[in-house]
Every structure is written in structure tokens, then in C-alpha cells.
Design a binder for this molecule. Structure first.
Ligand SMILES: N[C@@H](CCC(=O)N[C@@H](CS)C(=O)NCC(=O)O)C(=O)O
Length: 228
């Protein structure tokens, strides 16, 4: 029998992986269907007005068309938290909750744009599009654009096992999924310079929920020879 949850997207997307990690942490089985936002079919364009992935369908709400679908990883994760409350992945205290949402937003926008456009695209995607990898661009992103973000996240991670409170939350998942693309592209995070960030990211990516996704994706995406 089909699962309630169906996720549309592509492997290699940090936002799709974010939802997959959350589902795995909650122990929810789901189906996956490929949808390409760069060449959207009419049916997919109707589900994703912003022409982005992921989109989720809850078949218990609607099995066809737009009914039962939600776009955007943050919206989907928040929905899944309500539908499957255990284990909770959003802090309960008001300020911790706000801080987790902020770190999710920061990862989804600031970190995602640098890692996606500045590392993953030039180092990995260009080869898939038949172009030589632009490793100069990737090196520049790593040496100039990312350090202020790593500094900030390292400070946020200081003295903590997880980014918020004392439990794994959406903040850890959101930050770590961006580092998933960084890792797939062969990026190395300098743990001597950013030890607290490296510890949380390492802890999160080693969990079966994330490790399983990255193992599958590692078969699809080839990192260039050591470039950093
Ligand atoms: N805020 C969105 C961002 C999703 C997003 O940008 N996804 C990328 C793939 S990683 C996409 O669909 N890009 C299509 C495009 O830029 O045309 C979310 O959290 O789901």
C-alpha cells in the first residue's frame, strides 16, 4: 500500500534532503518521485508555483492534483512536525523555538546560496552539464565567502551538543543538509578553525538519517579531485 507521504524532488537538493532527514528521524516511511524544477512538467508546475523542489503530498488529504500538496522544505517540515509529533524536532520553549527557526532560515538562505551556487554548482553540477569544474570559483567561495558564515555558526554552536537547547532540532538538520552538498562537492571544513560547528555538523551527518541520503547521493555525484 502506498505511504501517506510522497515527496517530489531530485537527489542532490539540500532542501529535499532536509525533508528526508526529518522524515527518517521521525521514522516515517514515504515514497519519492522525481520532479525536475529546471524543466517542470505542467502537472509539477501546478504543484510548485515557485517552480522549486521539494513538494510534498499527503495522500490522506489528496491523492491527485494540487489537493494534499505543500511546497517549500520549511513548510513541509513544520507540517510533518504537526502530523508526526514524536520525536519532537522543534524546541518547545518560546525563545528556543524562535532561535531554531532563525537558524533554519539562515541555513536555507545565506548558507544555501554560498554552498549551492559557489561550491556545489561549480564543482559538481558543471561536470554534469558537460563543462569543466570551476574550482577557482569553489576555492574563492571557501576562502572568502563562507568564513564569516562559519564564524557565526561556530559561535552559535559554542558549548552546545546541538544548536538549540539540548536536543537535535530542525536547526541542526537545516545547517547539516547544506554541509551535505559541501561534502558531496569535496569541501573540507577546517575543524581547527571552526571546532564547534564541525562537531555538530559531523554528529548530524553521521546519524543514519543523513548518512543514508549522502551514501545514496554519493553514487550519483562525483566530487572533483582534492581541491581544498
Ligand atoms: N525555500 C525553498 C528553496 C527550494 C529550492 O531553492 N530548491 C531548488 C533546488 S535545491 C530549486 O528547486 N531550484 C529551482 C530553480 O532555482 O529554478 C525550500 O526550502 O524548499
Amino acid at each position: 500500500m502506498a505511504n501517506d507521504i510522497l515527496l517530489y524532488g531530485l537527489k542532490g537538493s539540500p532542501f529535499v534532503r532536509k525533508v528526508q532527514i526529518l522524515l527518517a528521524e521521525k521514522g516515517v516511511d514515504y515514497d519519492f518521485e522525481m520532479a525536475n524544477p529546471f524543466a517542470p512538467t505542467d502537472w509539477f508546475a501546478a504543484l510548485s508555483p515557485a517552480r522549486r523542489i521539494p513538494v510534498m503530498r499527503d495522500r490522506s488529504i489528496g491523492a491527485e492534483g494540487v489537493a494534499g500538496t505543500l511546497p517549500d522544505s520549511s513548510v513541509i517540515c513544520a507540517y510533518l512536525e504537526r502530523k508526526y509529533p514524536q520525536p519532537t524536532l522543534y524546541p518547545t520553549g518560546a525563545f528556543d523555538y524562535g532561535r531554531a527557526l532563525w537558524l533554519e532560515e539562515y541555513a536555507d538562505t545565506e548558507l544555501a546560496s554560498r554552498v549551492g551556487l559557489g561550491i556545489f554548482r561549480p564543482a559538481v553540477m558543471s561536470a554534469l552539464m558537460g563543462k569543466a569544474p570551476d574550482l577557482e570559483r569553489a576555492r574563492k567561495t571557501l576562502s572568502e565567502d563562507l568564513p564569516p558564515l562559519f564564524d557565526y555558526l561556530n559561535e552559535q554552536a559554542h558549548g552546545r551538543e546541538w544548536f538549540v537547547g539540548d536536543a537535535l532540532s530542525i536547526a541542526d538538520i537545516s545547517v547539516a543538509t547544506q554541509f551535505g552538498n559541501f561534502r558531496l562537492a569535496g569541501g573540507k571544513l577546517d575543524a581547527s578553525r571552526w571546532p564547534h560547528l564541525a562537531a555538530i555538523v559531523g554528529r548530524m551527518l553521521a546519524r543514519p538519517s543523513a548518512a543514508h541520503c549522502l551514501e545514496q547521493e554519493g553514487k550519483l555525484f562525483k566530487a572533483p579531485e582534492a581541491w581544498c
